[in-house]
Design a protein around this ligand. Structure first.
Ligand code: 13P
Length: 367
């Protein structure tokens, strides 16, 4: 029974041409993103924003599942529909972030562990009743001169293993997310090494916790040069390193790997996703589970104003369509994949105006 339930959730999440929208920003994270645009982070604004996202026309053509935050799973739309029901009615699977964020890892400066295990079993039972069908837990691994430590990787891997086991027990498909951060000036090779070691350790822990690999998804970052590395790897080098790393570390029993965007620009994330998915047959389904790379343009277009809702939805639809094409490896024959990525510099982000995207127009650089 549980196995059938988990099977059908996995199949729905990995539907052809679709990916996952991560809209599970915690209070501090959505607060920061709204504040940068001058939008007050009130319960009303958070609901209005999420309702805007989830009522975007044709969203279900590109999006198979949405990861929600606890508050959103319990909210009702302006028309009185519960948010998980609003999604399910469109054939979009509702999911829930169940970790409670990261804290400093004692004795290991610069490293973090993720909290949220206390009372998790009971929360999962409630989340399932509220309509969630999958869960997500994010661990973060930072790269620096002397980090990550084995201790930090092992601690996070073990917690991910336990989270996944408890989720499956509750009939919820776990999305296991060990995110290797792109902050820093490290090389592509260093990111590949750390990502490979981390994934190896995570899959060891998943086996230790007797997690059914067939009934989970891996959410990982692409292998990238550090954001401040002066020598930014080309899109094709990123795709090669990412696939090499995944082939070495991820068992073929895992049905799907969904990429996070991790602070890349939305266009860069789509370009790289497309390159990874264009290489050819892979043992897993490859797709996206983007937060910022799907939402950035929509949030900057909305700015908290009801008059901007339609334009913001057009922006989200555009990004979702681009990423849907990317995972199908779709690009016209002969188009070159070139890097448009520059190292990040320490200047405050400019408040750019985002022009609403034209319907069905795909990024020039991603086609
Ligand atoms: P980003 O794509 O913005 O990295 O968010 C994905 C996510 O779910 C982070 O946990």
């Amino acid at each position: 029974m549980t196995s059938n339930t988990l099977d059908s959730t996995v199949t729905a999440l990995l539907a052809a041409g679709k990916g996952i929208l991560a809209a599970d920003e915690s209070f501090p994270t959505i607060g920061k993103r709204f504040a940068a645009l001058g939008i007050p982070s009130t319960e009303e604004n958070r609901l209005a924003y999420r309702e805007l996202l989830f009522t975007t026309p044709k969203l279900n053509e590109y999006i198979s599942g949405v990861i929600l935050f606890d508050e959103t799973l319990r909210q009702q739309s302006s028309k009185g529909t519960r948010i998980p029901d609003l999604l399910a009615a469109q054939g979009i699977v509702p999911g829930i972030k169940v970790d409670k964020g990261t804290v400093a890892y004692a004795n290991f400066p610069g490293e973090k562990i993720t909290e949220g295990m206390d009372g998790l079993r009971e929360r999962l039972i409630e989340y399932r009743k509220l309509g969630a069908r999958f869960t997500k837990w994010r661990a973060v691994i930072a790269i620096g001169k002397t980090i990550p430590s084995n201790s930090c990787i092992e601690e996070n891997a073990d917690t991910l293993g336990l989270f996944a086991a408890v989720s499956q027990e509750a009939g919820l498909v776990p999305i296991v997310e060990p995110e290797v951060l792109m902050d820093g000036n490290h090389s592509l090779a260093r990111c590949e090494e750390v990502t490979c070691t981390t994934l190896g350790c995570v899959f060891g822990a998943l086996l230790e916790h007797q997690v059914a690999l067939e009934h989970m998804l891996l959410k990982t970052g692409m292998v990238l040069s550090g954001a401040k590395c002066l020598d930014q790897a080309s899109v094709s080098a990123v795709a090669e390193a990412t696939l090499r790393c995944l082939r070495r570390a991820v068992p073929v029993a895992v049905p799907g790997i969904v990429f996070l965007s991790g602070g890349q620009s939305d266009v860069a994330a789509t370009e790289r996703l497309k390159a990874i998915c264009s290489v050819g047959a892979s043992p897993w389904k490859l797709s996206f589970s983007f937060g910022r790379a799907l939402q950035d343009a929509a949030m900057k277009t909305w700015l908290g104003a009801p008059a901007n809702v339609a334009a913001a939805q057009t922006a989200l639809q555009h990004r979702a369509a681009c990423n849907s094409l990317a995972i199908q490896g779709a690009h016209p024959a002969g188009s070159a994949i070139v890097s448009s990525v520059k190292p990040q510099v320490d200047t405050p982000p400019a408040k750019r105006r985002v022009e609403p995207a034209k319907k069905n127009q795909i990024d020039a650089r991603s086609t």
